[in-house]
Design a protein around this ligand. Structure first.
Ligand SMILES: CC(C)(COP(=O)(O)OP(=O)(O)OC[C@H]1O[C@@H](n2cnc3c(N)ncnc32)[C@H](O)[C@@H]1OP(=O)(O)O)[C@@H](O)C(=O)NCCC(=O)NCCS
Length: 197
């Protein structure tokens, strides 16, 4: 049995240690981190996955950004502990968080990553969306939570700041539905949620 919960301040040191383990040193020098500096994460979508003994197995985080004046979810980082990679847990974190994002009213998400991994979830290259340099444009990928949500949206990815953060988040529903709190899940392969707390 797994438990999937929104990340709490108590989880954060463990999540940071997991990210340090899974990513190369200097991960916070990546351009996507400049879009996150000083901006609150989207708390309801930052999830931690633990096994039945409470061991942290994986985590995913999201930040709000803007492209062409529209609110966009910036997905990442997502990480699964090296000892449990390849067991479907990354897929579970991706699908569950994107489902929750849709329920919350978000219309589009993006990330910087490997298309061969993320295309299985429905991500595709965004041709006219520019991440701050240095970013390989082939790794700038988008996902539509609502059909057509990326149509006509182009330009640089902008950091949400100050009043913009409040404005961006006010454009979507604020309170997570009951289904977005902790969820117990069967091991991957029998993934249906069985109970919520
Ligand atoms: C990427 C990551 C989150 C995937 O989690 P996971 O639990 O191992 O993924 P899943 O078990 O759901 O999927 C495994 C599949 O994805 C593939 N895969 C994993 N990373 C991949 C990549 N970078 N490119 C292409 N395919 C990849 C595996 O080969 C495997 O393929 P298969 O289904 O054909 O066997 C995990 O490997 C990880 O933490 N990696 C280090 C950190 C990282 O690179 N994060 C992503 C960038 S933000």
């Amino acid at each position: 049995m797994y438990e999937l919960c929104p990340e709490s301040p108590n989880d954060t040191p463990e999540v940071e240690a997991l990210l340090d383990l899974c990513f190369a040193p200097g991960r916070t020098a990546l351009s996507s981190y400049r879009l996150r500096d000083g901006v609150p994460a989207v708390g309801a979508l930052c999830l931690v996955l633990r096994d039945g003994s409470g061991v942290l197995l994986g985590a995913i985080r999201y930040w709000p950004v803007r492209v062409g004046g529209k609110p966009v979810l910036l997905l990442g980082p997502v990480a699964v502990h090296p000892t449990t990679q390849g067991e479907g847990l990354g897929g579970l974190l991706m699908r569950e968080s994107l489902g929750r994002a849709k329920e919350l009213g978000w219309e589009r998400a993006m990330l910087v990553g490997d298309l061969p991994y993320y295309r299985r979830f429905g991500f595709a290259k965004l041709d006219d969306v520019e991440m701050p340099p240095p970013t390989n444009p082939d790794r700038v990928l988008g996902y539509e939570l609502v059909e057509g949500a990326w149509d006509g949206i182009t330009g640089p990815v902008m950091r949400e700041s100050g009043a913009d953060v409040a404005a961006g988040l006010a454009e979507i529903r604020r309170d997570p539905p009951q289904s977005q709190l902790c969820t117990e899940m069967e091991p991957v392969g029998a993934q249906d949620a069985t109970s919520q707390s």
